[in-house]
Each structure stands twice: as structure tokens, then as C-alpha cells.
Design a protein around this ligand. Structure first.
Ligand SMILES: NC(=O)c1ccc[n+]([C@@H]2O[C@H](COP(=O)([O-])OP(=O)(O)OC[C@H]3O[C@@H](n4cnc5c(N)ncnc54)[C@H](O)[C@@H]3O)[C@@H](O)[C@H]2O)c1
Length: 339
């Protein structure tokens, strides 16, 4: 097989990261078309990437047909129809998290990909981050004994785009920001969340509550797992101070920390200012290597005809936990997660 030809569907924030990673870091791939329903946005990214074909309507791109796979980075509420149509057109699918908004849609996305013999990978790039991979291996080797409790902190510097403020379109900030944390919890514990109990508040964006009554910017989720472990997620955005993704794993024989708010390995001290440390300011920066590695993995799985390590089912179980947590926020009850 020659280069895997990619059509980017969506040309916004994360599309730019994926587009440049494919172009610069993954020579076994080639971006051949860019789609965005705002044509000027598609044109701009296509120009930056040196891509000739631009489409406003993804159906027209599927009809054009001169590619092998799609990278879907449109807003969450559009993932379902696009992934189903792409699968039916025989295209392999890399779809950003969260997979979609409800389990019925997730099921049909997974089913259509299976039925049409195409790969489906969900964008949980933390699974490809060198620190997360090493931590997972060390936990499996038993360096902290038996894993008992996992805490995941996910905080973003700014607000996502406006469509994401509407819980009907994004699944709320637990879906938009904390999907990764839910996935990390279940990946590390090798189990599924059985119950969740969540609280949330809108501390930072009072204006948004007027237009989007269910908007929250900060949440805490307590979870129990089928294998008896415990989990905690704390999520907040926009925190302003940087992009803060940390996991703490408590075991019977010790503790492990993944990530650090201090970020980069450079610090300096001056007479008048005390200690200066460099933080990660964005998700692009913090998971730079993970974003490249996840796409390389997707391309390799097409070339080698292997199953992607992060599957549609992984996207679905993170979504199930998000849905139950949003419901817990509304009802004030501890709930069983329905898968
Ligand atoms: N993995 C990560 O770390 C990460 C980071 C950011 C966003 N995301 C996810 O990626 C997705 C996109 O997020 P974003 O921040 O890039 O959004 P965005 O709003 O910046 O970009 C989305 C783009 O899709 C276009 N679009 C909307 N509907 C379309 C349609 N039907 N057909 C074609 N184009 C359409 C919009 O015009 C926009 O340019 C979301 O699901 C989000 O949760 C993941």
C-alpha cells in the first residue's frame, strides 16, 4: 500500500494539530482534501497544508472518493452522521473524542465501521503519551503493588468554542474536557466504572448560564469500578493558569504521579522574583507527542491491517460514564453507569 490518503473533515482547532502532524511527522500519510462547512476555514487550512481539494459538504468529499480514511474533527453533535456515512463509503475513521452524544449513536457508529470492514479509532491521545504509557507499564509490573485508587485532574486554560457551551451539542464540560480522564481511569484500572456520583458548579462564567442553563465549568466525579477500585476526577475550565493534566495512582505499596503542573523541565530563579517555572499552556503543547503517535498508530493500523488500540468501544464506555455523571449532577444521586 502507498501513502494512506486522508480527508480531514472539520478544519477547526484540533484539525489544525492533526493536519500538521500528518504532513510533517507521518510520511506514510498524505492529506488530500479538507472539508469544513465554513468554506473559508477549509480553504485556509488547505492552503497552509498545501492541499488542493476543498469541500464545504462532506458528502461531496465522500462522493469524490479519492482517499482511504477520514479524520473527523467536527463538533461532537455532528460525529454520528459523518462517521456512519464515511464507514458506509468504505473509509477508515479516526474520530475525535467524545465519540458522540448518546449510546445509540455510538452503537451505530461502531456497527457501521465493523459491517463495512473499516477501522475506527477514537482520539484519546493520552494513551500514546510517553509518560502515560510508562506509568501504565509500571502499574502492570506492580511497582506500586495493587492499584487501589486513581485520581485524574483535567483543567483547561480557556473555554472551548461556543457550540461546546451547549450541553445538548457537546455533552457538557465532562464530555468536552474530561472524556480523557474517564478513559484514563478505565484504562489504568482495567475495569469499567460501575457507579458515579458527580457535583458541578459554574464558578467562572456566570454569563453563560443565562444562555445555557445547564452549563457548568467545574465538576468532581467520584466513581467505583466493577473490580472494586475507586476513582476521582476533578475538571475545571477556563482556569487561565495553564493546561493541567495529572493522574495520581495509589497502590497498596506506594503511589505514582503522572504529569506535573510545573510542566517543563526548566526553571530559573532571580534575586527579586523567586523561582520561575515553565508550565504547559495548552493541550497541543502538553500532548504534542501523543497527538503524533495516535495518528501514526491509526495510519499503521490501516497499512498493517491491525485493530487500533483505542477502539469505538473505548469511546463508548467513556461516553457512558459521562452521561451517568451528567445525570448525577442533575439528580444529586449516585448512579449506576448504563453501558
Ligand atoms: N483530543 C483532544 O485533545 C481534543 C482537543 C480539542 C477538541 N477535541 C474534539 O474535537 C472536536 C472538534 O473540536 P474543535 O475544538 O476543533 O472545534 P472547532 O469548533 O474549532 O472546529 C470544528 C470545525 O468543524 C466545522 N464544522 C461544523 N459542522 C460541520 C459539518 N457538518 N461538516 C464539516 N465541518 C463542520 C466548523 O466550521 C469548525 O471549523 C470536538 O469533538 C472536540 O471535543 C479534541
Amino acid at each position: 500500500m502507498g501513502k494512506v490518503r486522508i480527508c480531514l473533515i472539520g478544519a477547526g482547532r484540533v484539525a489544525k494539530v492533526h493536519g500538521f502532524n500528518l504532513k510533517v511527522h507521518i510520511p506514510s500519510s498524505e492529506v488530500v482534501a479538507v472539508v469544513d462547512n465554513q468554506l473559508s476555514i477549509a480553504r485556509k487550512l488547505a492552503e497552509e497544508l498545501g492541499v488542493a481539494r476543498v469541500f464545504k459538504d462532506y458528502q461531496k468529499a465522500l462522493h469524490w472518493d479519492k482517499f482511504d480514511a477520514v479524520v473527523v474533527t467536527t463538533p461532537t453533535f455532528t460525529h454520528h452522521p459523518i462517521v456512519v456515512d464515511a464507514a458506509q463509503a468504505g473509509k477508515h475513521v479516526f474520530c475525535e473524542k467524545p465519540i458522540t452524544l448518546n449510546l445509540k449513536e455510538a452503537d451505530s457508529m461502531i456497527e457501521e465501521c465493523q459491517k463495512n470492514g473499516v477501522k475506527l479509532q477514537i482520539g484519546f491521545m493520552r494513551r500514546f503519551d510517553p509518560e502515560f504509557i510508562l506509568a501504565k507499564r509500571k502499574v502492570e509490573e506492580g511497582v506500586i503493588g495493587e492499584l487501589l485508587l486513581i485520581k485524574s485532574t483535567g483543567r483547561g486554560p480557556g473555554l472551548p468554542p461556543e457550540w461546546a457551551w451547549d450541553i445538548q451539542k457537546s455533552g457538557g464540560m465532562l464530555a468536552e474536557v474530561a472524556s480523557h480522564d474517564f478513559d484514563a481511569l478505565m484504562w489504568f484500572t482495567q475495569s469499567r466504572l460501575e457507579t458515579v456520583e458527580a457535583i458541578a458548579a459554574n464558578y467562572r462564567c456566570p454569563d453563560l448560564k443565562i444562555r445555557y442553563p445547564r452549563f457548568y465549568d467545574t465538576a468532581v466525579v467520584l466513581g467505583t469500578f466493577y473490580n472494586g477500585k475507586m476513582g476521582v476526577i476533578d475538571m475545571s475550565c477556563p482556569v487561565g493558569y495553564g493546561y493541567d493534566a495529572r493522574v495520581e495512582l495509589l497502590g497498596s505499596e506506594g503511589v505514582m504521579f503522572v504529569g506535573d503542573v510545573r510542566g517543563k523541565n526548566l526553571s530559573w530563579s532571580t534575586r527579586d522574583k523567586g523561582m520561575n517555572l515553565l508550565q504547559y499552556l495548552s493541550w497541543r503543547e502538553r500532548f504534542k507527542e501523543g497527538y503524533i503517535a495516535e495518528l501514526q498508530h491509526f495510519i499503521n493500523s490501516i497499512i498493517k491491517n491491525t485493530s487500533p488500540l483505542v477502539s469505538g468501544e473505548d469511546g463508548r464506555r467513556s461516553l457512558a460514564a459521562v452521561i451517568a455523571s451528567n445525570c448525577s449532577i442533575q439528580t444529586g444521586k449516585k448512579l449506576r453507569v448504563t453501558y
